[in-house]
Write a protein that binds this ligand. Structure first.
Ligand code: ZN
Length: 218
């Protein structure tokens, strides 16, 4: 078995959602002085590769404790959207085109926009990613998918008129979201669907958590 890492690294000063505090990793003990080394992390629970549960946007939605671990695994299809320009709405038309002929029910849809490779504190990466429109989110709900992933910190950017609408449509249909994926070239060569897994760490009752997303090749 081989695992292809689809995560983005976390480190001190890593690019992140500007609505969250900056990512800090401080060394608070180190080898020469104390004989051991440890870091103190200061970061939002939705930083780096992470999952969103419905509770993130819906006050009565399920949180991490209420979603069985098996739900975070499944068969995945990639929608190749790497030809995206800034601010491209990922609507029903483009999603249907890029996922044509795929039997998506109970599967995971991974949206590869190319923004994972642009990850830096630039205006383009921070403020002008492609985003799933309300119409695109409804299309994903109609396909009865299990979960959806994207290679950016938010599936719907930062715009207040779009972000909550897209999130609420998906999360309200009990479709989980995994954000800040990265897609190395080799993943596009895999036969689809492939096995995918993004187990969140056990943050009790939280709205989301860091995870290590992988494609599993047997
Ligand atoms: Zn999130």
């Amino acid at each position: 078995m081989k695992l292809i890492d689809l995560s983005q690294p976390l480190f001190d000063g890593a690019p992140n959602c500007p609505a969250h505090p900056p990512v800090k990793s401080e060394i608070i003990a180190d080898h020469p002085k104390t004989g051991w080394r440890v870091e103190l992390l200061t970061l939002a629970s939705h930083t780096g590769s992470h999952v969103d549960t419905p509770y993130h946007k819906l006050a009565d939605g399920p949180n991490l404790d209420q979603i069985p671990l098996e739900r975070w695994t499944g068969l995945a299809f990639i929608a190749d959207l790497r030809d995206s320009k800034p601010d491209r709405p990922l609507d029903a038309t483009i999603l249907a085109e890029r996922l044509r002929g795929r039997a998506l029910a109970d599967c995971i849809v991974l949206l590869a926009t190319g923004w994972g490779r642009k990850r830096a504190k630039t205006d383009e990466w921070l403020h002008h990613p492609p985003y799933v429109s309300a119409d695109g989110a409804k299309w994903l709900v109609d396909q009865k998918i299990r979960g959806v992933g994207i290679d950016h910190y938010s599936i719907a950017g930062l715009r207040d008129d779009i972000n909550p609408v897209t999130h609420t449509i998906l999360l309200g249909a009990n479709i989980w979201i995994v954000e800040e994926l990265s897609f190395p070239d080799e993943v596009f060569a895999l036969p689809q669907p492939f096995e995918f897994m993004c187990l969140p760490i056990n943050l009790r009752g939280h709205t989301g958590a860091f995870c290590r997303p992988v494609a599993i090749v047997r």
